[in-house]
Design a protein around this ligand. Structure first.
Ligand code: WQD
Length: 318
């Protein structure tokens, strides 16, 4: 079996490639290196530089492929609000081109990188896959539109699809693969500490036990393992499904800061600032469906996420 991993030079994609190569899968990577970097490329994978929107690169990448793990996408919520057309072009048109290539090439296995951003502001203790979808940003909208496209292709062309809705991804399997972006809570706190600044906590008046927002943080190595499991399940004949990929455990912003202090040995003095618009108080996954269907459970805890992310940060900022 040969799997095309789009975005395989990026933070999450490189972890998925690593897990698939270690499992003995043949892997092709298509990546335009807009945010991914060549040093993340696994030498065991065939690399095609280029965009999904470049027909020549796409045709080259699809050669001999039996399944696709589609991770290449723009993923910054705030940027998507400012540049919605760019997000629809890259995330939706990119997927469309890839699906046409799958249809034309008879590729019927597809693992899609979706997001908890499809749920928006869920008003439930645990978000199940059936919780209503109401994305709050163009980014989340492009992921939901992607899921609809895939559902339609499943009906029309027999595409077998696994939609993987990630919650808050953090950590690194090896320091070299750490998240180079500084957009999410953990790297933002590292950056503040490195600059001698105080990390900011966006609001402490939420209806949660300590007043700060609760999220379901999940280790990127677990995300990668979930993709491998999904791909193998498709290879075994599954017709596909949609899954939350989280731990089923919530951590507040203050709890994350406490673990960062423990792991780094640094004093983490923070400032409470205004709420960030559009932040839900609590987003925690129900992970029963993937456990029951695929036997998958995330194995790493918050401390392992923070420690591995910190090792990666120190490698990039000696
Ligand atoms: C986490 C918590 C903040 C920074 C985003 C996307 C989501 C998904 C994951 C892709 C929140 C608080 C943050 C800071 C803070 N992406 N925070 N101070 O917003 O939960 O999810 O990334 O699929 O779609 O929306 O992640 O890391 O920005 O924030 O207090 O400096 O940390 O308010 O509660 P978020 P985040």
């Amino acid at each position: 079996m040969t799997w095309l991993v789009t975005g395989g030079a990026g933070y999450i994609g490189a972890h998925v490639v690593r897990a698939m190569v270690q499992d003995g899968q043949q892997v092709v990577v298509l990546d335009d290196l807009s945010t991914g970097t060549p040093d993340r490329l696994d030498p065991a994978a065939r690399f095609v530089p280029g965009s999904l929107l470049d027909p020549t690169a796409l045709a080259d990448a699809m050669h001999g492929v039996t399944g696709v793990v589609h991770i290449a996408a723009k993923k910054q919520v705030g940027e998507s609000v400012a540049e919605p057309l760019r997000y629809y072009r890259e995330n939706v048109d990119g997927l469309l081109a890839l699906l046409e290539a799958c249809r034309d090439g008879g590729v019927d296995r597809f693992v899609f990188s979706s997001s908890a951003a499809t749920y928006g502001m869920p008003d439930v203790e645990l978000v199940t896959e059936d919780t209503p979808k109401d994305p709050l940003s163009p980014y989340g909208e492009t992921k939901l539109v992607g899921e609809w496209l895939l559902r339609d292709c499943a009906i029309a062309y027999g595409l077998r699809v696994m939609c993987m809705r990630y919650f808050n991804v953090a950590g690194a399997a090896i320091p070299e693969l750490g998240d180079p972006g500084v957009f999410n809570l953990v790297p933002l706190v590292f950056q503040a500490l490195a600059k001698g600044e105080r990390p900011r906590v966006f609001g402490d008046d939420y209806p949660t036990p300590d007043g700060t927002c609760i999220r379901d943080y999940v280790h990127v190595a677990d995300i990668a393992e979930a993709h491998l499991t999904a791909a193998r399940t498709l290879d075994a004949g599954s017709t596909g499904s949609t899954y939350n990929i989280g731990r089923g455990t919530g951590s507040s912003v203050l709890e994350v800061l406490e673990v960062i202090g423990q792991v780094t040995g640094l004093e983490v003095a923070y400032d409470i600032v205004d709420r960030r618009p559009g932040d839900p108080a609590r987003v925690v996954a129900s992970v029963d469906r993937i456990a029951e269907d695929l036997g998958f459970r995330a194995e790493h805890d918050l401390e392992q996420m923070v420690a591995s992310a910190w090792a990666g940060w120190q490698l990039r900022h000696p």
